[in-house]
Design a protein around this ligand. Structure first.
Ligand code: NAP
Ligand code: HSE
Length: 432
């Protein structure tokens, strides 16, 4: 862009929008030095014009509640979509691209669900659609996969991609907080989505994983084919039992490549305490990448929050303001990425953690071990704990050697039907 002032139109001025505006104000001299131009927030689209704001950009910024006003403004060079949700955000982005404006977005839900359509529109319009902040907040993982590791074949990618879920699990592990209190703290700190069930149920991690699969493999892995389990079922008892065995429970998003086929999923898992990802606590995210040439690369940083996410948004704005925009910003030349060849999720092989709750009587362990043996599941460790209050049964924890997920599920179905079982089995995979 030849202009000396680059005008931004922000759609959304909540946690991330405010963070971006603060950085633009605080780092204005630095930005001018890097860019040779000034960034100005010309217009901001919000839902409620009367809302009290914790921060306002200068008097030159106009607030509006009218979408038309933003996307049609001929003076806006880059539209920055930070409103969240799918429908209105989709409208803002498509209208902006058709008006020949570059777009920056942090909206992983929208890109995971309708990315193919939006990337091809950007391609047709020859405008940039940039999205660094949409995966892992302030961590530059999009740029890393798209540029720095673009020559590598990515064999596996394992991430902690949701700050809210990781924050909740960390608070439960280290401070003994209950789930609801930890979730409220995550909301208060601005980490959670407007609908926090997206964080808790693993959907937000799934959105991000679908985007990382596109970047790492150039394949479209449909969201509805991805197995997703969140942290709502994680109990303080399992966090504590896992700790006794030397493990931490983390919400993991993973894709592994085998002969061109992809095995992917989002699930809570036990990681050995010395595993590099087990040390990623609080709202921090991390992505552990294994490339065929580079070997292991780990990225770590704040996955949520106003300034970290604003920093990633600003990096995209600077790329576009420098005229670096590439019309197809997936990192691949195809206008539409081909579908992924998928390995059935139930064929995944790993070690496993089971917690059964059973009556304390002779024959229980033998019966459970018998079913496991019939399903080719080899037991590594067993511990029976004290009777639960109110005569609810005794917890019995099994750690296994490697076994296929499909065999584990069949065995658990049979074990759950024994009359000595007093509550459904709890099961997690063990990674590392
Ligand atoms: P937020 O705090 O809820 O802010 C949303 C903003 O969008 C508010 O200013 C709201 O207006 C405005 N808005 C929402 N719907 C609108 C509509 N229909 N018309 C006009 N304005 C509308 O959200 P956020 O946490 O900043 O997140 C924004 C995006 O960034 C989301 O896609 C989110 O997934 C993504 N993201 C967030 C984080 C994070 O740490 N929070 C990190 C990475 C990515 P009012 O202010 O008037 O209510
Ligand atoms: N709600 C998301 C999280 C924000 O907690 O990770 C960052 O994408």
């Amino acid at each position: 862009m030849q202009k000396k002032v680059i005008n931004l139109g922000l759609a959304g001025f909540g946690t991330v929008g405010t963070g971006l505006a603060r950085i633009i104000q605080e780092n204005s001299n630095w930005i001018r030095r890097r860019l040779g131009k000034e960034l100005k927030i010309l217009k901001i689209l919000v839902r409620d014009l009367e809302k009290k704001r914790t921060f306002l950009p200068g008097p030159e910024t106009e607030m509006t509640a009218d979408l038309e006003d933003l996307v049609h403004d001929p003076d806006v060079d880059i539209v920055v979509e930070l409103m969240g949700g799918v429908e209105t955000a989709h409208e803002v982005i498509t209208r902006a691209l058709r008006e020949k404006k570059h777009v920056v977005t942090a909206n992983k839900a929208l890109l995971a669900e309708r990315g193919n359509e939006l990337f091809s529109l950007a391609y047709e319009q020859e405008m940039g659609l940039y999205y660094e902040a949409s995966v892992a907040g302030g961590i530059p993982v999009v740029q890393t996969l798209k540029e720095s590791l673009s020559g590598d074949r990515i064999r596996s990618l394992t991430g902690i991609l949701n700050g809210t879920a990781n924050f909740i699990l960390t608070e439960m592990t280290h401070k003994g907080l209950d789930f609801a209190t930890a979730l409220q703290a995550a909301k208060d700190l601005g980490y959670a989505e407007a609908d926090p069930s997206l964080d808790i149920d693993g959907i937000d991690s799934a959105h991000k994983l679908v985007m990382l699969i596109r970047l790492a493999h150039g394949r479209d892995y449909s969201l509805n084919l991805l197995p997703v389990e969140g942290i709502a079922r994680v109990r303080a008892m399992d966090i504590s039992l896992a700790g006794e065995f030397g493990y931490k429970i983390k919400l993991i998003a993973q894709v592994r490549e085998k002969s061109g086929h992809l095995q992917a999923g989002v699930f809570p898992a036990l990681l050995p305490e010395e595993h590099i990802l087990a040390k990623v606590d609080g709202p921090f995210n991390s992505v552990l990448i294994h490339g065929n040439a580079v070997g292991q690369v780990m990225l770590y940083g704040q996955g949520a929050g106003d300034l970290p996410t604003g920093s990633a948004v600003l990096s995209d704005v600077l790329s576009l303001a420098r005229d670096n925009a590439v019309p197809n910003n997936t990192g691949f030349l195809e206008k539409i990425l081909p579908k992924a060849d998928i390995v059935k999720p139930e064929l995944a092989v790993s070690r496993h953690y089971f917690r059964f709750t059973a009556q304390d009587k002779p024959g229980v362990l033998a019966a459970v071990a018998g079913v496991m043996s019939e399903h080719d599941i080899s037991i590594a460790q067993v511990v029976q704990k004290q009777e639960l209050p109110g005569g609810a049964g005794v917890p019995i924890v099994f750690l296994t050697h490697k076994a296929q997920l499909s065999a584990v599920r069949r065995a658990l179905e049979i074990i759950d039907r024994f009359d000595f079982i007093t509550a459904s089995a709890v099961h997690y995979r063990i990674l590392g």
